[in-house]
Design a binder for this molecule. Sequence first.
Ligand code: SF4
Length: 348
Amino acid sequence: MGWFEQYGRKDLPWQHPRDPYRVWVSEIMLQQTQVATVIPYFERFLGAFPDLDTLANASLDDVLHHWSGLGYYARARNLHRCAISIAEDFDSQFPCDQTTLESLPGIGRSTAGAIRSLACGQPAAILDGNVKRVLARHYAIEGWPGKSRVQKRLWDISERLTPEKQCAEYNQAMMDIGSMVCSRGRPACHQCPLQATCLAFAQGNPTAYPQSKPRRELPVKQACMVIVLNDRGEVLLEQRPPSGIWGGLWSLPECPPDIPLNRWCSRYLSVEVDRQQLMSERRHSFTHFHLDITPVRVRIKNPRYSLMDEGNRVWYNLTQPDSRGLAAPVKRILQELEIDDETTWETS
Ligand code: SF4
C-alpha cells in the first residue's frame, strides 16, 4: 500500500468519477487489452454512451462500431446485453452483490469483484491477468492458470490476502504492480515492493511463472473475401450472423474455396463479373486458428442496387464511411482499396 501511495495509478479516466458503470466498461475493455490501448477507446466509448441507459438504448451496430479495433467482440455484445438487462431488470441501477453480478452477461468472478471493490466500496477479491501473474510468481505456483486446480489455488490466495478495509486501493495496487513492475516479459524485480518475499525472485526465474498454456499447432483456414465494387465506387458488405467470429459485424462476402468465383457471384449475388483482381494475401489470427484471407476485387456488369441494399447487405461508400462495426481485417482491406482505377484492373 505504501508503494501504491507513491507510484500507483490514480488518474485513470475510469477513476474519476469511479461509478459502477464506468468501472464495469473499463474492466470489460481491460480483460484482454492493456491500459494504454484501452484509454482512447474508453474515452470515445463514454463520449458516445455516457451512461447505462444510453448504452441500453443504442443499437448493437453502434456499440460494435465504437468497439471496432479492440477485438474480442463477444465482449461488446455482452456489454450491450448486460446494459439492457440492468435497465430492464434492475431499474438501471447497477447491482453490487457478487451473485447477481456474476449472473449478468460477460461478468465473471473477477470483474464482479472489481466492480464491488472499486465502485461499491466493498471488500472483494479479484484475479485478473495482472494479479494472477503477481501471485503465481510471488508464491511460485506451478502449472498453467487455465487449469482449474491452479486457478482455485490462486483464488484461495487472492481471497486470503484481500483486506476488509481499503480494498479498492489494495486491488488497484495489485493490478498496478502487475502491469507496471511485474510485467510479463521483463519484471523489474529491483523496483518491486514484494521482492523480499517473492519465491520466483528467490529462485532467480520470475518469468517461469505463470506457466504458459501447453502449445499446440493452430489450424489454418482459408477465406476468399470478395470485394464487389459497383460503378459508383461502393463496396458490398454483409452483416455476419450474431454469433461466431465477428458476430454482428459487417464484413465482405466470402466465396467458398471449392466454387469458381464467377459462378458463385452469379448464383449467390445474382451478378455477372466484369473484371477481377487478386489483392495480397494476409493472415488474421484468432485464439483457435489462423485465417489466411485472399481478397479479390470484383467489378460487376449489372449492379442491382435495390436487391442488394436490403437486410443484411449494404453498399458501403468508401469516401463517406458510416458508423458500422467492421471486422478488423475488413477495415484494413477497405482502407487499402483505391476507388476503381481503370489502369489497375486485369480482365477476368
Ligand atoms: Fe514480480 Fe519480481 Fe516482484 Fe516477484 S519480485 S512479484 S517476480 S516483479
